[in-house]
Design a protein around this ligand. Structure first.
Ligand SMILES: O=C(O)CCC(=O)C(=O)O
Ligand SMILES: [Fe+2]
Length: 332
C-alpha cells in the first residue's frame, strides 16, 4: 500500500470515531460566506484610516483580513508546498521525527474533549526566537526549515505592525503589545477532503488564547461566530486572516472581541492552513491596561499571568469557551 492509500482519511464514509454529537456537528445547514469581514490594505498600516479600520473590525468581528502585508506570494506558496509534502508522509514517519525533535504532531487519531476525532492532521512548534527554535523543527522535507523560517520572518514583521496599529487605536503607548509578544507558535494543519462534512469537523469551535493569531488558508472552511450565527470566512488569495485572541480582549477591557471560530471540511478539496499564534511569556501579567480603566470603566477581567490563565482554562479543555468560565463578568 502506498503512503496515500494507508492514510486514515482514504475512506468512503466517515468512520464512527469522527462523527461528532448532534450539538457540535455542522449538519446540512448552509452557512453563508460573510462578505462584510473587512479586507484591510496594509500598504500604509500607520495611517489613521487603517488604524480605525483595524479597531472597528476587531470590535465588531474579532476578525479581519489583510492584503499588501509585505509577505511575498512566493514565500507563502513555498511554505504551503513544503507542509503539504510533510503531511504526505506516513503517520509513523512524521510521529517518529516529531518525537525525536520535540515538536508536536497530532494525527487525526488524537481525541478531543468532545469525544470525536478531528478531521485533520496537525503539527505545532515554537517559532520565536527564530534561530533558536529552528533547531527543533522538522528536517524532512529537507527545505522545511529554510522555507518556513522565511515565512515566519514575514509573519513576525506583520504581527508587530498589526499590534502597533492596535496600540495606536486603543490609545496605548507605542510598543505596549509588541513588547509582550515574546512567544510565537506555528501550527499547520492538513484537512483532507471528507466524504460527509455534515457529520464531522476539522476543528471544534474555540477561542484562541493568544494576543493575535495570523492565519493563512488556501481553501475555505474557516467559520466565525457572529451574533450567534456561523459565517464563512472567504478565501482571499495571498491574504492573511487576523483574529483577536482572548489576551487582547482582556487587555482592551472588552473593547476588542475574541470571536469563536471553527473549521468545517469539504468533500472535494484538501485544505492547508498555517496559524501563527502571537503569545505573551508564561509569567506575563495580563490585565486590562491601566490607561483604559477608570471609575466609569472598571476592569471587566481579573489580573492573571498568562500561565495561570491557561491553567484555569484547562479543565474546560482547549476547545471550549474557557474564557467564559474564568471571568466573572461576561465576555462578549
Ligand atoms: O485551520 C484553520 O483555519 C484555523 C486554525 C485555528 O483556528 C487554530 O489553530 O486555532
Ligand atoms: Fe483558532
Amino acid at each position: 500500500m502506498d503512503a496515500m492509500k494507508s492514510k486514515w482519511y482514504n475512506v468512503e464514509s466517515v468512520p464512527e470515531s469522527h462523527i461528532f454529537g448532534i450539538e457540535n456537528r455542522p449538519g446540512n445547514e448552509s452557512i453563508p460566506l460573510c462578505d462584510t469581514i473587512p479586507i484591510i490594505d496594509l500598504a500604509n498600516s500607520d495611517t489613521n484610516q487603517t488604524v480605525d479600520k483595524i479597531v472597528q473590525a476587531s470590535q465588531e468581528y474579532g476578525f479581519f483580513q489583510v492584503i499588501n502585508h509585505g509577505v511575498g506570494e512566493d514565500v507563502i506558496g513555498e511554505a504551503v508546498k513544503v507542509l503539504e509534502e510533510l503531511f504526505m508522509q506516513p503517520f509513523e514517519e512524521i510521529s517518529k521525527e516529531a518525537n525525536a525533535n520535540g515538536w508536536v504532531y497530532m494525527g487525526s487519531t488524537t481525541s478531543t474533549p468532545k469525544g470525536a476525532h478531528l478531521w485533520r492532521d496537525n503539527l505545532k512548534h515554537p517559532c520565536h526566537p527564530l534561530e533558536e527554535s529552528m533547531q527543533h523543527w522538522p528536517q524532512y522535507p529537507t527545505r522545511y526549515r529554510e522555507v518556513v523560517a522565511r515565512y515566519i520572518e514575514g509573519i513576525r514583521g506583520l504581527s508587530l505592525r498589526v499590534l502597533q496599529a492596535i496600540c495606536e487605536g486603543l490609545g496605548l503607548e507605542k510598543g505596549y503589545l509588541g513588547g509582550m509578544s515574546q512567544v510565537q507558535f506555528v501550527t499547520a494543519s492538513n484537512y483532507p477532503p471528507c466524504p460527509d462534512p455534515s457529520l464531522t469537523l476539522g476543528l471544534l469551535g474555540h477561542l484562541d488564547h493568544s494576543l493575535i493569531t495570523i492565519l493563512f488558508q488556501n481553501v475555505g472552511g474557516l467559520q466565525v461566530m457572529k451574533d450567534g450565527k456561523w459565517m464563512g470566512v472567504d478565501v482571499v488569495p495571498n491574504a492573511f486572516v487576523v483574529n483577536i485572541g482572548t489576551q487582547i480582549q482582556i487587555i482592551s477591557n472588552g473593547k476588542l472581541t475574541s470571536a469563536e471560530h471553527r473549521v468545517v471540511t469539504n468533500p472535494k478539496e484538501g485544505r492547508t492552513s498555517i496559524a501563527t499564534f502571537i503569545n505573551p511569556m508564561p509569567d506575563c501579567i495580563i490585565e486590562p491596561a491601566k490607561l483604559l480603566v477608570n471609575e466609569a470603566n472598571p476592569p471587566l477581567y481579573p489580573s492573571l499571568s498568562f500561565k495561570e490563565f491557561v491553567n484555569v482554562s484547562k479543565p474546560f479543555g482547549p476547545f471550549t469557551h474557557a474564557l467564559q468560565n474564568v471571568v466573572p463578568s461576561k465576555i462578549n
